[in-house]
Ligand binder design. Sequence first.
Ligand SMILES: C[S@@+](CC[C@H](N)C(=O)[O-])C[C@H]1O[C@@H](n2cnc3c(N)ncnc32)[C@H](O)[C@@H]1O
Length: 284
Amino acid sequence: MSHIPVLAKEVLEGLALGPGMTVLDGTLGLGGHAALMLEATSPNGKLIGVERDSRNWAVAKERLANYGDRVKTIRDSYGNIANYDVPPLDGVLLDLGFSSVHVDNADRGFSFMKEGPLDMRYDQTQELTAEVIVNSWSRDDLNRLLREYGEEHFSGEIAKAITETRKKQRITTTTQLADLILKLAGGRGHIHPATKTFQALRIAVNDEFGELTRGLDELTKLLKPGGRLAVITFHSLEDRIVKQFMKESELLEPLTKKPIIGSDEEVKSNPRSRSAKLRIGVKK
Ligand SMILES: C[S@@+](CC[C@H](N)C(=O)[O-])C[C@H]1O[C@@H](n2cnc3c(N)ncnc32)[C@H](O)[C@@H]1O
């Protein structure tokens, strides 16, 4: 399993890390950025790693085991950080969204290119799945979800097709849903017509905007004065939340007016970095 950390150089520079600092990675993933943060704070810096997905959490924990007691991990959402005893922080990173493992493993239900259950949960102990939303939300609610979280122009048509289809047969797989949307869209558009629907479902299943809003607030409180918050987003809705927060928070000074994006070189070698945007804020 591999995951190339996105905007790695820019994150390290933006966080201005040095020996002995205490940092928190709120989206540990497979521990790529975390390992770099540990190197940048060596020999004695500390890292708290938070990850909601138990599989990724276990992989990261194992990967970072050689750093011994410099690392502490929490298997939970970073949005719940207020429930933990966290020391004052010099730096915080959020690298939002899903990881390569989620899209590569069909059984997690994140990819419309692979047949799998309509799941999309990061935390597989929670009850709400994409299948529940697709089969039980009203047409109006589905329409609103696709419009607001997917920015899907054809939200009404897709919501109608979903509610018509499920009258005959429960929609349980990724390909069932993707094919239904594909049929509706014909050859329209240059991205797969199910892209936005899948994004919207993923955001709703994991309450991604709720977690982000709570997390930004709580994590900023934990920063020391002068401590830095770095957030990498992958679509405009997330970026808007981060931008607004950094502009309006009384506790934070935005360091980046415009978000930092990947170099041409990185974008060429790591397709995931294509849509990545990094914003940095400094605690007042
Ligand atoms: C893009 S990946 C992070 C990759 C990581 N920076 C690395 O270098 O390996 C995002 C990770 O955040 C996790 N995640 C998503 N929402 C979360 C949340 N609210 N709290 C904690 N982890 C979350 C996902 O399960 C995924 O593993």
